[in-house]
Ligand binder design. Sequence first.
Ligand SMILES: [Zn+2]
Length: 314
Amino acid sequence: MSQYTYIDIPFNFRHTCWFCGEPAAKAFDLPRNPKNIHFLAHAPMSIPACDECAAVRVASDVSSIWAVRDYVKRSLMDKYSDHLAIGQNWTEQELQESEFSGALLGGFGESAWKMYEIARDRLSYQGWKVAIDSIPVEGEDETYGFEFDGVRYMSLNTCIDHLIKSLRLDKELLPSLVDLLGPEKIDYAVKIAKLNKAIIGYQRDKILDEVRQQLEDQQEIERQARFAGDYSRIEEVLVGDGIATTESIQWALKNEITTLPVLCQQEDAFFDAFAHLGGPQCYLNYYGLQLYFEARQNPQWVLDNDPNAEWFVG
Ligand SMILES: [Zn+2]
């Protein structure tokens, strides 16, 4: 029997646990003890729940249904951490292809993947919009939780703690990797951490240094790629009786030539690079580029006439 008014239950969620999506036979009364009603940010309510979720202990000063959900999910995560670890340690295919005995899988046997999926889905289950008598209950944190590998955790930290525990990872490596790489690359961080479970201090530092180096290299490659891509949008420019062609402007920028004096120093290099055009054409190209760079010395001209101004910044 429930103590309070039930939250609204959409037709297709009849008999569904709001917390985990399993069949619901009980109610979670919020608050359990009516004398704690004053801690709540919303009206007291009864929430359909399965046996397990209905029995989860929460702090007496819990302030909302969503805070209760955090308690429930944390409890499920602790209880089923072995099941969740199955999916984090193996893929479904690996499990099917291998001949893991029951002993290796700690007695899970062939149903191992199924057990992982059930635990994952219960943990990730989001419930439905909370309302009482058709009036929505406000206060849900839309940014709730952190998802990794199909499992929704209460937070990034909860996720990291769980992975360290269930995969028996080095306690410091994974958090440091996530700091470096960012939460969006946590799968990569976990891969590295799984390969380096038993390490000592200096090895950890070495791994982190390598990752740091990789990141810097990656950023440099991206920077260069960005520049290469930009040059394709360079436009030719008519200046006086000359034309600075797209190719010649691209050549200048790629060689970090952005001013007239530097161009004059690099005149021979230009003629080498454009020799294939033949003497007269080569000269006309250089002449056009020269006029362009000369015109660029006037900031007002750049503002009014230069379609490529942005590539010369910095
Ligand atoms: Zn439940």
